[in-house]
Design a protein around this ligand. Structure first.
Ligand SMILES: NC(=O)C1=CN([C@@H]2O[C@H](COP(=O)(O)OP(=O)(O)OC[C@H]3O[C@@H](n4cnc5c(N)ncnc54)[C@H](O)[C@@H]3O)[C@@H](O)[C@H]2O)C=CC1
Ligand SMILES: O=C1[C@@H](O)[C@H](O)[C@@H](O)[C@H](O)[C@H]1O
Length: 337
């Protein structure tokens, strides 16, 4: 007989509520049994749509609720560390939305807690690693299909940014995805960051440095350029072209269907990450549930979250100074090798 894993979801805003719906629709073997959000009305509304889940305004109470066997954290980044450490105190597997922590120091504390337990229990929600197109690109690169990678050219565009978005978040909240994807695709760490900030788009809210160009150098001598543009207006686009010594490969063109009619041709552009990466979020949850049921993780771990935070920190310093900034990385603990 297979048992059902009880999940506590911490943070029931856009992503938390989206994950809750996915558990109900597309993920087997798990059931949301507790939800938490300081916004009492919101958490009650999310719980009301679930069969018998308890609603809490205190995350610790949800984590300690009866039947909880794993914790999904979808609160804002600064709240992640506290909830992760509470889950680890109970030795519960965690799927934490990106960024693991805004600062590398917080991620180091998470790794210390895992090392005390002697096992990895924290997975980071870098969902691109579960996207079919990214997986194909990774397979191609690993097989040497385009030779040694020289460049990744990346574009990351959001139709518009939420009201709380800051210039720092273009790097720490958005480009952090490319940081993780580049580390994973290339199997290398990021060693230095440079940030160029052109004259902002007239569509950008007052004071927001949007768009930006972020250059990442890797320990293997590759260069990654990332255009981040969070108020592009026309839709959600995440593209990546890898250029190697023997060829190139590109993903994210979104040509699922090309329509030719009325003297024109073209297709639709996804408007949001919950659409573009819907399958990746589903696969991420399924793989995490399967791994969590065995007490482990299936994807980017706390070291990956730490490395991304270290690159973000260098990126923020580079954006302020306008100067190429070296990434400072601690030694990788044995648990994460
Ligand atoms: N993987 C992806 O593609 C995406 C990931 N994210 C990440 O998901 C997380 C949540 O983002 P959104 O859902 O967009 O934000 P949101 O603002 O829509 O929701 C956040 C929710 O957390 C609640 N909250 C605030 N403090 C809390 C605390 N201490 N404990 C528990 N809940 C708390 C808020 O009341 C709110 O309901 C962030 O880490 C963000 O970076 C967001 C969008 C896409
Ligand atoms: O993670 C995400 C958001 O937090 C971020 O703000 C967006 O820029 C990204 O496209 C989305 O995937």
């Amino acid at each position: 007989m297979t048992s059902t894993l009880g999940i506590a979801v911490i943070g029931t805003g856009k992503m938390g509520a989206d994950h809750v719906r996915r558990f109900g629709r597309t993920v087997g073997g798990a059931r949301v049994v507790a939800v938490a959000d300081p916004d009492g009305d919101r958490v009650k509304e999310v719980a009301a749509a679930l069969d018998g889940a308890s609603a809490h305004t205190d995350p610790a109470a949800a984590i300690a609720a009866p039947g909880v066997g794993a914790v999904l954290i979808a609160s804002p980044g600064p709240a992640h560390e506290e909830a992760i450490l509470q889950a680890l105190e109970r030795e519960l597997p965690v799927l934490c939305e990106k960024p693991l922590t805004p600062e590398p120091a917080g991620a180091l504390r998470v790794m210390e807690a895992e090392q005390r337990l002697g096992r990895r229990l924290v997975q980071v929600g870098f969902m691109r690693r579960h996207d079919a197109e990214y997986e194909r690109l990774k397979e191609l690169l690993d097989a040497g299909g385009i030779g040694r990678p020289l460049f990744l050219h990346c574009r990351h565009r959001n139709a518009s940014s939420p009201s709380f978005f800051t210039s720092d978040m273009l790097i720490s909240d958005s480009v952090v995805h490319e940081v993780d994807a580049a580390r994973w695709l290339l199997g290398q760490e990021i060693s230095a960051v440079t940030v160029l900030s052109p004259r902002p788009s007239s569509a950008a809210p007052e004071g927001l440095a949007d768009p930006r160009m972020v250059l990442l150098e890797t320990t293997g001598g590759a260069v990654v350029d990332v255009e981040i543009f969070v108020n592009c207006g026309f839709g959600y686009q995440v593209q990546c072209e890898a250029v190697g010594e023997a060829g190139s490969a590109r993903i994210g063109d979104g040509h699922a269907m090309v329509v030719q009619a009325a003297g024109r041709w073209g297709g639709a552009i996804d408007q949001d990450f919950t659409v573009r990466f819907a399958d990746a979020y589903d696969r991420q949850l399924r793989r995490w549930v399967a791994a969590a049921a065995r007490g482990g993780v299936a994807g980017p771990d706390a070291w990956d979250g730490y490395a991304a935070a270290a690159v973000s920190r260098a990126g923020l310093a580079a954006a302020r100074s306008g100067v190429r900034t070296v990434v400072e990385l601690a030694d990788r603990p044995a648990l994460y090798r």
